[in-house]
Design a protein around this ligand. Structure first.
Ligand code: ATP
Ligand code: MG
Length: 287
């Protein structure tokens, strides 16, 4: 029982009577544990819209989403049958723009808001907040500050802390590392990967960084013009043909691999996933 999309269309209503079709015929199945997925695609392709369906912030115009057994479709929405609270606790979503997520006077109040809402005592939630603020790369002195007076990267970290504090089963992060410096980005990615690996949780990350995709992801989803056009292995995605066809950036490790192949005038049999693997492949060539 994970998250399952069946023939989902979604239209933003508003700017004309037809609305704007942001998701078209999405079919997708995500396991409740053990996945590490990256979601990529050009700006405006529907990535944020897609993940907002995973915790029922947005609901399908047609088709249905099954979120851990709760069926979200036009009928269940009309009958108001859906209990949103358990969904929001189990499927934690960090927004692309942290401003949408931060609203309390202090960072501490912001982080403990979620857990308190789901029945954790103030004392216990505060203890958790003190641990988590360090995990996201800040320190306890931030807890008494106003979230509105922080830098963009700090806001991002606080909004991530607020979601981690709820200890969701499935963690979804909408461009969590945009606007961070490279060191901060790598540290945070390690945090997310640890959450996945040590706790066997499913983590889904939207990113424009192809190195993140190639290095971490076990599965990659590609959105294009409201359609899900690829769902599979990162190595199979980054063929020269696909890179050209979908206008993707080439991950650095693959760029290097292609350059070495050109130099050797001979393709390798496999694609390396890590630098260490590429080095091993080179040793074999020399031998
Ligand atoms: N509130 C809204 N009202 C109307 N149209 C919207 C709204 N939000 C998004 N859209 C449109 O829906 C499409 C998909 O938007 P979405 O935010 O899901 O894209 P995205 O892939 O996350 O892009 P980005 O990489 O820029 O974050 C875009 O064309 C966008 O203009
Ligand atoms: Mg987006």
């Amino acid at each position: 029982m994970g998250i399952k999309f069946k023939r989902v269309d979604f239209k933003y209503q508003g700017f004309d009577e037809k609305g704007y079709l942001a998701l078209s015929n999405i079919n997708l199945s995500i396991k409740p544990t053990g996945e590490f997925i990256t979601l990529i695609g050009e700006t405006g392709s529907g990535k944020s819209t897609l993940v907002q369906h995973m915790n029922a912030l947005l609901t399908p115009s047609s088709g249905e989403v099954d979120i851990l057994g709760a069926i979200i479709n036009q009928e269940s929405i009309k009958k108001k049958k859906i209990r949103l609270n358990p969904i929001r606790q189990k499927v934690g979503l960090v927004f692309q723009f942290p401003e949408y997520q931060l609203f309390e006077e202090t960072v501490l109040k912001d982080i403990i808001f979620g857990p308190k809402n789901y029945g954790v005592s103030e004392q216990e939630a505060t203890k958790r907040a003190k641990e988590i603020i360090n995990i996201v790369g800040l320190n306890e002195s931030y807890l008494s500050r106003s979230p509105f007076n922080l830098s963009g990267g700090e806001k991002k970290r606080v909004s991530i802390a607020g979601i981690l504090a709820m200890d969701p089963d499935i963690l979804i992060l909408d461009e969590p590392t945009s606007g961070l410096d490279p060191v901060g980005r790598d540290e945070l990615l390690k945090v997310f990967f640890d959450i996945h690996e040590k706790l066997n949780k499913t983590v889904i990350i939207i990113t424009h960084d192809m190195n993140t995709v190639y290095h971490y992801a076990k599965r990659v989803l590609v959105m294009r013009d409201s359609y899900l056009v690829y769902d599979g292995d990162p190595v199979d995605l980054f063929t020269k043909k696909n890179i050209e066809h979908w206008n993707l950036d080439t991950p650095d490790l693959l760029k290097l691999t292609y350059e070495i192949e050109d130099h050797l005038k001979k393709p390798f049999k496999i694609r390396p996933r890590t630098q260490a693997q590429l080095l091993e492949m080179l040793k074999e060539v020399e031998a």
